[in-house]
Design a binder for this molecule. Structure first.
Ligand code: ATP
Ligand code: MG
Length: 571
């Protein structure tokens, strides 16, 4: 590609709303342009990289036996009503009406559509297993779209769906996708980790997330310091290894805590550490109100609550419901004398003489003790794991790193096949629901994550497989015929070798060409200057090197190709 004939609108300024490096660099390198919050145009350079990721994904999917198709992005509401998700899927679902006032949505995912397709054509076990996938634009009306392509509203996803005759077969399909995902992220040159993820009420370890490790990640990854266990913070289990409080129990008292709504405000008024306070949260679990208590420094984990109760939906109770059930606003709720069932997190076992809301507005009780002053309905694992918590697998200690979720695989079981009546005849002629799995990769998020992991202060450093061009050829004197001819020759010879090369044929100063080459992260740069060329030399410099190496112009193509191979193999 000739730079002058291409479109790479690089910027010197960082856009004001770009908080993370990948967003800053993609905007500056002329890869993306924002149209509206979370909605971006993929400019030519960005598109090349997106297509590269898509191609890697496609090859790995095909190799694993999955078959590509494309489903519509606009989906009719009826399908979502059939699966029961039209009412459950929250505001992330962009709902639209057509001219006949019929309801549609822009697909955030395609379980309904694929189930509808498969049930229409597949009626016998003989056609199973089957795994169908697409690479397509999704829309999710995210609450907080941010970080450029990392959390967009419109983004590209690869979604695959497997259909199997039984559980054992479904597990094989799942494993194939697991292995294919590992290949995808390895080929993309990313440092990643697979973690156990929450699989909701289905249970088992049948959901894994693929996390690219990066400080800017929004996900917290738990890993054990002595065994291989790693999981999403939502999932990492905790057991009750707490020694029960055995100190002296002091006399319980009511204390005024006017206007204190949060744990830290209460701690300040009572002049005690936050860890001596019990946080009480009223939740709506499938339409029934329950209260969950955790230590003041801990966070209630709604996924764990949901699993504990085997519930479909867990939500915070509304202010009105809290007041009606507890007799006080949320900030003053507590377990003593509560009229709804109260459950406690395991860690409370070790607490004594703690403070709780008194269920009277602006009042807390101090020196409260479990057993003496109240009992929980039950105790359980209701909080997020933290650094130093004990690994339930081996007794080691949990550590936390940050990650970006680039892929998610999930064994769905019969969730959709049952609700949508998707059945086949098994080898005994019996009607059975398909056992399904679904598998997603955030293609555009992979591009952003690759930059998060590979950059320096001058710009992007592409892993060679993802680089939009492998080599940039920089003639530094466009008015000098020798320089231009030499650059043209190198450019044409590299193209003949099938190498993706960018010839910076703009009439720009050397500094500008260098800066843009660094910003856009092209792995290898070939510099042709007037003085060096007069001595029969040109310069080579890898994006990761601080110094250039002079090589002779004669026979330079072999040296260049060899250097590129070296860079690729080092990654
Ligand atoms: P997250 O927890 O980050 O919101 P999710 O769990 O809702 O993601 P999935 O439904 O598992 O996402 O979607 C599959 C993949 O699609 C994710 O692993 C992620 O890589 C990608 N993805 C999801 N939401 C977005 C988004 N808003 N922008 C870019 N990529 C996304
Ligand atoms: Mg996910």
């Amino acid at each position: 590609m000739r730079y002058s004939k291409f479109f790479i609108p690089t910027l010197r300024e960082v856009p004001a709303d770009a908080e993370v490096v990948s967003h800053q660099l993609m905007a500056r390198a002329g890869m993306i342009k924002k149209l509206a919050s979370g909605i971006y145009s993929y400019l030519p350079l960005g598109l090349i990289v997106i297509k590269k990721v898509e191609q890697i994904v496609r090859e790995c999917m095909n190799e694993a036996g999955a078959i590509e198709l494309t489903m519509p992005s606009i989906q009719p509401a009826e399908l979502w009503e059939e699966s029961g998700r039209w009412d459950f899927y929250g505001k992330e679902l962009l709902r639209i009406k057509d001219r006949h006032n019929r309801d549609f949505c822009y697909g955030p995912t395609h379980e309904e559509v694929i189930t509808d397709i498969v049930k229409s054509y597949i009626t016998s076990y003989k056609a199973l297993p089957i795994n169908l996938y697409q690479i397509q634009t999704k829309f999710r009306d995210e609450v907080r779209p941010r970080f450029g392509l990392m959390r967009g509203r419109e983004f590209v996803m690869k979604d695959a769906y497997s259909f199997d005759v039984d559980d054992a077969a479904a597990n094989i399909s799942y494993q194939k996708m697991y292995d294919a995902y590992c290949k995808v992220f390895e080929r993309c040159g990313l440092k990643y980790k697979t973690v156990e993820a929450d699989s909701g009420a289905i249970g088992g370890s049948f959901s894994h997330e693929f996390m690219v490790l990066a400080d800017t990640g929004e996900d917290f990854v738990i890993s054990c310091d002595s065994c291989d266990y790693s999981a999403n913070v939502e999932k990492a289990p905790l057991k009750n290894d707490h020694v029960a409080f055995s100190g002296e129990m002091k006399a319980i008292e009511d204390v005024e805590t006017p206007n204190a709504k949060t744990v830290s405000e209460v701690a300040k008024i009572l002049n005690i550490p936050e860890g001596d306070i019990l946080k009480t949260m009223v939740l709506d679990v499938d339409g029934k109100l329950v209260a969950i208590c955790v230590k003041g420094t801990h966070d209630v984990n709604l996924a764990k609550v949901k699993n504990y109760f085997g519930a479909s939906v867990v939500d915070l109770a509304g202010a009105g419901e809290v007041f009606d059930s507890m007799g006080s606003p949320a900030g003053s709720c507590g377990p003593v004398g509560a009229k709804i069932p109260v459950y406690g997190d395991f860690a409370i076992t070790a607490m004594g003489n703690f403070s709780v809301g008194a269920n009277v507005k602006g009042v807390h009780k101090i020196n409260v003790n479990l057993g003496r002053d109240f009992e929980f309905e039950d105790m359980g694992d209701f909080r997020n794991a933290e650094i130093g918590d004990t690994c339930t697998a081996c007794g080691g200690k949990y550590q936390i790193t940050k990650g970006i979720e680039v892929g998610h695989i999930f064994k769905l079981g019969t969730k959709y096949s049952e609700s949508m009546n998707a059945m086949f005849l098994d080898n005994n002629g019996k009607r059975k629901p398909f056992i399904m799995g679904c598998y997603g990769i955030g293609v555009t998020r992979v591009v952003a994550s690759a930059i998060e992991q590979n950059h320096d202060e001058s710009g992007i450093i592409w892993p060679v497989e993802l680089a939009p061009f492998k080599i940039s050829v920089l003639p530094l004197a466009m008015k000098d015929k020798d320089v231009v001819d030499a650059a043209e020759k190198i450019y044409m010879d590299l193209i003949d070798k099938g190498i993706e090369v960018l010839l910076d044929d703009r009439d720009e100063r050397a500094g500008v060409k260098f800066k843009d080459a660094e910003l856009t992260g092209i792995p290898l740069r070939v510099v042709i200057g007037k003085k060096t060329l007069a001595e029969g030399k040109i310069e080579l410099r890898a994006r990761t090197e601080s110094e250039a190496t002079e090589i002779s112009f004669d026979g330079c193509i072999d040296t260049i190709v060899q250097k590129l191979e070296e860079i690729a193999s080092k990654a």
